[in-house]
Design a protein around this ligand. Structure first.
Ligand SMILES: [Zn+2]
Ligand SMILES: [Zn+2]
Length: 99
């Protein structure tokens, strides 16, 4: 190809991966519905959560995601390494959280 095609830079070799877009593959969870996860095929998995972190599809702003859960009395548990959503717990009004 002699066209002056500009290829986007990519750190990882995702060009040939059919399982993801830019290293993120689409999946679903019961809680989130449609969401993304780090591609298990071509990406290194987060060692903190073992690649279990999930990212909601409806927003790419995790603060907005957290706020929306808080509004529903829920508290998301996020991986502190990759920031992926792992689980959700009920917000405790008189928080005695010891996590
Ligand atoms: Zn991939
Ligand atoms: Zn993680």
């Amino acid at each position: 190809m002699s066209d002056h095609t500009i290829q986007p830079e990519s750190d990882a070799d995702t060009a040939g991966c059919l399982d993801c877009i830019d290293g993120m593959s689409v999946t679903t969870t019961q809680f989130l519905g449609a969401c993304f996860r780090v591609c298990t095929t071509c990406q290194p998995q987060c060692t903190c959560c073992d690649g279990h972190g999930r990212f909601p599809a409806w927003t790419n702003d995790m603060l907005e995601f957290i706020a929306s859960l808080n509004n529903n009395g829920l508290q998301p548990m996020l991986c502190h390494t990759c920031g992926g959503f792992l689980a959700v717990v009920l917000l405790d009004e008189d928080s005695t959280s010891d996590t």
